[in-house]
Design a protein around this ligand. Structure first.
Ligand code: FMN
Length: 189
């Protein structure tokens, strides 16, 4: 897929096929994050790949899914992510654009994933203390976000909406994601 098509077709995925992602691909996704823009090129981020079977469920338990439709948006049994990339920020970088850096890196990662046909969900709703313990994360870092990854087992659709931005599921369990129309957010000259 061309880059513009990747950007426009990417949707958050919360139901995944139970198919492994190779460590080679996961490592390359982190490499794509590493090369993202960084304010003053400080590069305060680090990444923790989780792919070992016995760690997947403990990590899953620290995450909250699809707040607007909870619990209907939770991945069910047999639909959970195949891997995670936990994005870490070096402590002491708060207020120094670290969140922008994390956003840029995460977007690189999720678009690179989509280029392999891998779906993702960017999760900010994370029990950070618990996850720090589960993964034995060094005290030098705090958790910014978690990226859940896996081959998609759903195909969400977008629609245009001026007002109601809450995603919803229809009677066939298809996720609809409203996006504000271009004409309502764009001014030229
Ligand atoms: C900073 C950030 C935090 C998010 N946190 C969560 C989360 O905790 N749980 C979740 O299910 N989705 C989360 N999302 C995904 C959004 O719900 C999703 O991007 C939004 O509904 C638009 O859908 P789209 O990604 O398909 O365009 C988060 C997205 C961003 C950018």
């Amino acid at each position: 897929m061309q880059m513009i098509e990747l950007i426009k077709t990417r949707r958050t995925i919360r139901r995944f096929k139970q198919e492994k992602i190779s460590l080679e691909i996961l490592t390359d996704l982190v490499d794509c994050g590493r090369l993202a823009p960084s304010a003053s090129n400080r590069q305060p981020l680090a990444y923790h790949i989780v792919q070992k079977e016995e760690l997947l469920e403990p990590v899953f338990r620290t995450l909250s899914w699809a707040g607007y439709i909870a619990p209907r948006g939770n991945p069910g049994e047999g639909e959970k992510p195949a891997a995670y990339i936990v994005v870490l920020v070096r402590k002491g970088y708060a207020g120094s654009s670290a969140q922008h850096d994390a956003g840029a890196a995460i977007e690189n990662i999720i678009l690179a994933a989509w280029s392999h046909g891998i779906g993702s969900c960017w999760l900010g709703s994370v029990k950070r203390k618990e996850l720090t313990q589960v993964l034995n994360i060094s005290e030098e870092y705090e958790i910014d976000s978690v990226i859940a990854l896996g081959y998609p087992a759903e195909s969400p659709v977008t629609e245009e909406s001026e007002d109601d931005i809450r995603y919803y599921k229809d009677e066939d369990d298809v996720l609809h994601v409203p996006k504000r129309p271009l004409k309502s957010i764009l001014r030229i000259d």
